[in-house]
Design a protein around this ligand. Structure first.
Ligand code: CTP
Length: 402
């Protein structure tokens, strides 16, 4: 079987003189079995024609946001969400700037914005040396790499503008190698079934109101994607999340902590590992009112009575067998390691991932995290600020060595 058999690659080509080299890229990826869908910017069409890519990829090539070859689907969402990997080659300074700032003003940038954060995204820049070293480009590349985007760095040499320096599109062979490596992760979790909790629970007060928290589900969804990539079967029990469902994951959406507990208990007998990344409400309203709570005339305060929720991971920790390894998270604002160690014991975890949610670039909603791992034997490992995709790799490496 070809090494990329059936893998769907969305290739974005932007307006660099090296756009013609992307034709060879499509051809080589196709020979490895990949199904390539090409999207060109308008500027790219100045350098190389749509029909070249259509013939090489044997797929429709899109250049305009409003081109909809299949009226049943919205092309930019469909292309972005069905891709196993997204590659921008060549990537101009302009498209890097748009990606860094979330600008979506054409078909390619709209696809890029609609790409789930769990999908590997590679960029192979190509531009004049001055543009590559411009502080704006340097900042944009730093933003993108912090978000987990993988760079296939440009090479040095004689550029089209006759300058000699950095900025040449990487060799096509190196880009193909980076794609192959990103798509063919060794199946180190084959045979494992992981239960992963993610997102925020919602605890209803009445039919229109609820208590919740700031979790986006990004960390849990990144873990689920990475575990699937490593060959695991994954049941993702998710509260509210801003993330699209990762490919290949069995997603069970839930709303309340009680629902999450029930689904987790039902799944527990089949699993070999647990990772609890959900932000579960510790309390729920003692009564969820069947009708909307109305303001009372002359009322000076309103008392909400809460009742504790079961600690899901602790309950799973009590019920699981010893060979089922479990990893929990600790969101802390002070006495990080001390609080985390207490949770490690109390919840019968094998490892805990601690983050100081007050630090910039850590915790809720952002794409990066700054975490420390702590184990039962007292070992700890502090990691630098990394993308959530990278943190999920480190967590699964640690899970594999438990
Ligand atoms: N957790 C859980 N069920 C709960 C509360 C938390 O499964 N009802 C899990 C979370 O998914 C996380 C870990 O427990 O893996 C720690 O969550 P955290 O909010 O940091 O701690 P709490 O146990 O809620 O303690 P506290 O709020 O006092 O810090």
């Amino acid at each position: 079987m070809a090494v990329l058999e059936g893998k769907r690659v969305l290739l974005g080509v932007s307006g660099s003189i090296s756009a013609y080299k992307a034709a060879d890229l499509v051809s080589q990826l196709g020979k490895l079995g990949a199904v390539v869908h090409v999207v060109l910017t308008q500027n790219a069409t100045q350098f190389v024609g749509v029909s070249t890519f259509r013939a090489l990829s044997r797929n429709a090539v899109l250049t305009d946001t409003f081109e909809e070859p299949d009226t049943q689907r919205i092309a930019h969402i469909d292309l972005a969400q069905s891709a196993d990997l997204v590659l921008v080659a060549p990537a101009t300074a302009n498209i890097l700037a748009k990606m860094a700032h979330g600008i979506a003003d054409d078909m390619l940038t709209t696809c890029l914005l609609a790409t789930p954060s769990s999908t590997p995204l590679l960029v192979a820049p190509a531009m004049n040396t001055q543009m590559w070293h411009h502080p704006a480009t340097v900042d944009n590349v730093a933003t993108l790499t912090a978000r987990g985007i993988q760079l296939v760095p440009p090479g040095s040499g004689l550029l089209a503008c006759q300058d000699v320096g950095e900025g040449k599109l990487a060799d096509i062979a190196d880009i193909v190698a980076a794609v192959t490596q990103a798509l063919t992760v060794s199946q180190t979790l084959e045979g494992q079934h992981l239960l992963i909790t993610a997102g925020a629970t919602r605890e209803p007060l009445d039919p229109v109101r609820f208590l919740t928290n700031r979790s986006s589900g990004k960390m849990g969804y990144a873990l689920a994607s990475e575990a699937v990539r490593r060959g695991a079967r994954v049941t993702l029990v998710s509260g509210v999340s801003t993330q699209p469902p990762p490919n290949g994951v069995h997603l069970i959406p839930v709303e309340t902590a009680q629902e999450m507990l029930q689904v987790c208990l039902n799944t527990l007998p089949n699993v070999t590992g647990i990772i609890a990344a959900a932000a579960v409400a510790d309390y729920r309203p003692a009564e969820a009112m069947p009708h909307k709570i109305k303001k009372q005339e002359g009322e000076s305060d309103f008392t909400l009575r809460l009742t504790p929720n079961t600690d899901i991971i602790a309950e799973l920790g009590r019920k699981k067998s010893d060979n089922v390894k479990s990893i929990g998270f600790a969101a802390e604002t002070q006495n990080l390691l001390q609080n985390a160690t207490t949770k490690l014991e109390r919840k019968n975890l094998d490892m805990i991932v601690v983050n100081d949610v007050l630090q910039e670039g850590a915790g809720f909603e952002v794409d990066t995290n700054i975490v420390t791992f702590a184990w039962r034997d007292g070992r700890t490992l502090a990691l630098p600020k990394l993308s959530k995709a990278e943190v999920s790799k480190r967590i699964l490496d640690a899970f594999e060595s438990l």
